[in-house]
Design a protein around this ligand. Structure first.
Ligand SMILES: Cc1cc2nc3c(=O)[nH]c(=O)nc-3n(C[C@H](O)[C@H](O)[C@H](O)COP(=O)(O)OP(=O)(O)OC[C@H]3O[C@@H](n4cnc5c(N)ncnc54)[C@H](O)[C@@H]3O)c2cc1C
Ligand code: SF4
Ligand code: SF4
Length: 461
């Protein structure tokens, strides 16, 4: 959910006093939250810095998770709440890390820029009366443009923190929100804030962004309304979905013959991404199974190069989809054409039938887009550049022995910041980065002095 705030130039940024922590976690997705919760439970004081108005990352947008079919928000929402209420965790949302400097003693000093929400967080009750009054409608980032949102909006129902934010890029300064807000929360005079954070370690958990499907021009995403992305389909299938039925965008009809196109923006050197995105085969199979439940008479075809069902229970999940009637066709889709009725014709090479060039009509096409890294500014760490690979994933100098380490001592990386992966692996990496961070803190900071208590028993200070 990247909103592009135009910051109203009403005042100078406010500079806040320095704060100290054991770890700064950059990114509040599932990997960052896991690292924070583990550190917090071990008595370490941590701060999560998240650039969006709410923590949660990409997971809260998902429907269910493969291969267990657990509800994604039923897993991520309690973690978001636990992080918020944890006595050792502070969360700074809508904030960006602008620079990190390593000090002589091995600790770090970070400059954080907190963007103004133009809504007082201590007053807003998320009643959403401002949303009803606001006349401006723009595509919703949360629902990936499937529906609209207002210029003032509460990011999503389970957002943490659940506070409205004004998107100044689209605000027309009509004042309607200010007039209706029962809590007097609107404050157009709010200014940005600079925070200086001192910490003994840093964890980079900046996650992934979706491949921009528009770059695959032969598939005409954003030109043909019935070509959608897999994340849009996640939203249509999620319990928090924007519409109560699964409908195709052009005419609101229930689709009856859906195509999945795999490896869109993955394993494609011509688009600068030679990597397999690891999750697309499995999330497409998951969505196909969910669609079979939601639209029992629909035909679903998955066009693939290879099915990479590499994890525990994945092959069985794939076999189950076939048994449910999902059709798997080995063949790379070359192009998509649109017919007058909005239906789509997919042209592909049918590998299992002698490589014959074939075309098939569908009424909805879902592009299984790949994962790309979130761009970490190359000059973020002063004096020492964080090493990333040719695509931008954070690398480790010892990928087999210490995969969470980075080239900067005391800076660790976790989750999809280091490469495409699923939720369980992101959670494991969050916990691993926590342990690495504790080991670093223990070796760089002075030993805790041992005091002898009156009883004669030893206790730590
Ligand atoms: C369509 C789709 C379906 C999927 N389905 C499944 C599934 O069923 N099962 C499964 O296991 N996996 C699934 N996945 C993969 C899953 O989404 C990821 O494994 C998981 O979300 C990774 O979590 P993360 O914390 O590493 O990254 P993210 O969720 O991307 O979180 C990173 C966070 O960091 C923030 N951030 C980024 N840069 C900065 C910065 N500079 N400063 C501050 N904050 C920053 C971001 O705003 C974000 O909140 C799916 C993925 C897709 C695309
Ligand atoms: S800004 Fe005011 S009207 Fe809008 S959600 Fe918050 S309390 Fe309600
Ligand atoms: S002032 Fe801006 S945010 Fe408020 S109602 Fe008007 S357009 Fe919407």
């Amino acid at each position: 959910m990247s909103i592009n705030p135009k910051i109203a130039n009403f005042g100078e940024p406010e500079t806040l006093p320095d704060e100290s922590y054991d770890a700064i976690i950059i990114g509040g997705g599932i990997a960052g939250m896991q690292a924070a919760l583990d550190l917090g439970d071990m008595g370490k004081r941590v701060i999560i810095v998240e650039k969006e108005p709410s923590i949660g990352g990409n997971m809260f947008k998902l429907s269910k998770t493969f291969p267990t079919m657990d509800c994604a928000s039923c897993i991520s929402t309690p973690k978001m709440a636990a992080a918020t209420h944890h006595p050792n965790i502070k969360i700074l949302t809508y904030s960006e890390v602008k620079g990190v400097e390593k000090e002589e003693d091995g600790s770090f000093k970070a400059s954080i820029f907190e963007k103004p929400r133009y809504v007082e967080s201590s007053a807003c009750t998320a009643c959403r009366q401002c949303e009803d009054a606001c006349p401006v409608i723009v595509p919703s980032e949360y629902d990936l443009g499937l529906v609209g949102r207002k210029a003032i909006f509460v990011p999503f129902e389970t957002g943490v923190p659940k506070i409205a934010v004004i998107d100044m890029e689209n605000c027309v300064y009509c004042g309607a929100c200010e007039r209706v807000c029962p809590a007097n929360s609107i404050n157009f005079l709010q200014t940005p804030k600079w925070h200086t954070l001192r910490a003994k370690s840093v964890i980079v958990a900046t996650g992934f962004q979706l491949f921009d499907a528009k770059r695959k021009t032969d598939y005409h995403f954003s030109e043909y309304p019935n070509v959608i992305t897999s994340m849009q389909m996640e939203r249509l299938l999620a319990p928090t979905r924007p519409t109560h039925a699964i409908v195709r965008p052009s005419d609101g009809k229930e689709p009856a013959n859906i195509a999945y196109v795999l490896c869109v923006g993955s394993r494609d050197a011509s688009l600068g991404n030679p990597y397999c995105s690891q999750v697309c085969c499995m999330y497409s199979i998951k969505q196909a199974q969910l669609l079979m439940g939601a639209l029992p008479i629909a035909d679903i075809t998955i066009y693939y190069i290879d099915i990479r069902a590499y994890g525990k229970g994945f092959e069985e999940f794939y076999v189950q989809a076939k048994a449910m009637g999902v059709r798997f066709v080995k063949g790379k889709v070359a192009k998509i054409e649109q017919l007058e009725n909005g239906n789509l014709v997919l042209h592909y090479e049918d590998i299992e039938n002698g490589g014959k060039l074939t075309k098939t009509e569908h009424d909805l096409a879902v592009l299984s887009v790949g994962l790309l890294p979130n761009v970490c500014p190359p000059d973020l760490f002063k004096g020492q550049q964080l090493k990333v690979d040719s695509v931008g994933w954070v690398t480790s100098p010892d990928p087999n022995g210490a995969p969470m380490k980075t080239n900067i001592d005391g800076v660790f990386a976790a989750g999809t910041a280091t490469g495409p992966k699923d939720i369980p692996d992101s959670v494991v990496e969050g916990s691993a980065a926590c342990m690495n961070s504790i080991a670093y803190i223990n070796t760089t900071t002075r030993k805790i002095p041992i005091k002898v208590a009156r009883s004669g028993r030893r206790q730590t200070a």
